[in-house]
Design a protein around this ligand. Sequence first.
Ligand code: PGA
Length: 267
Amino acid sequence: MEVIIQPTSEQASVIGAHIIANLVRDNPACVLGLATGGTPIPMYNELVRMHREEGLDFSRVTTFNLDEYVGLRPEQPQSYHAFMWEHLFSHINVARERIHIPNGMAPDIVAECEAYEAAIKAAGGIDLQVLGIGSGGHIGFNEKSSSLASRTRIKTLTAQTQEDNARFFGRPEDVPMHVITMGVGTIMETRQVLLLAFGQHKAQAIVDAVEGPISAMHPASILQMHPVAKALLDDGAASKLALNEYYRWVYDHKPDWQRFVRKRSKG
Ligand code: PGA
């Protein structure tokens, strides 16, 4: 895994936005996999700025979100539908018909999950998947012990995840217990992964993911098997990594052609 460590989450988020913007410029009809949670918000803000100030064009982009709560209507403020419109979709020129988020109100959850997988395939697969990581190591809502080959399906949240997400709901017991999430296997089929983690409270999950043994006890650790996975971290999230200094050394010595923040030609 390529590990990129920046002093602050803001700086890391700007790099993440450049990675996505480069992809969108190189392949305007690309397929983006998107995540919710507190972590990607500054990166989405930067993408919105690039759209407004630099004309970054999302008009041909297709999106697939990782997950959604079961039983929340899209218009409920805690739903991931509402989150994505609030933080990204309302502010860029993405076409509504190319946005995909699992329907947590689907009467037949199994059929909804199968249709979601089929829609990803029909779109040609996901070019770049944005991921956060739970304090317990989940990606999407694939909690500890999830099958590392799993597909989009219903999952039951851990009490820890309900507690972590209670800030959006008021009380942990108000957080829905069930979710639809892309599976670990679904995530592993994406062509590139961008894992974002900020803050000391993510340091253990990150060391388990990046340097630990591959295990369903740390679903994010399977990303070590992904051919193009980048972990974008701030100092806090990177603080327990054994090879911390090496990752910084590598990033500082990247050849110019490998840099993500491209020099934009003048005039
Ligand atoms: P967070 O959630 O970005 O709100 O910390 C990450 C996750 O649960 O994947």
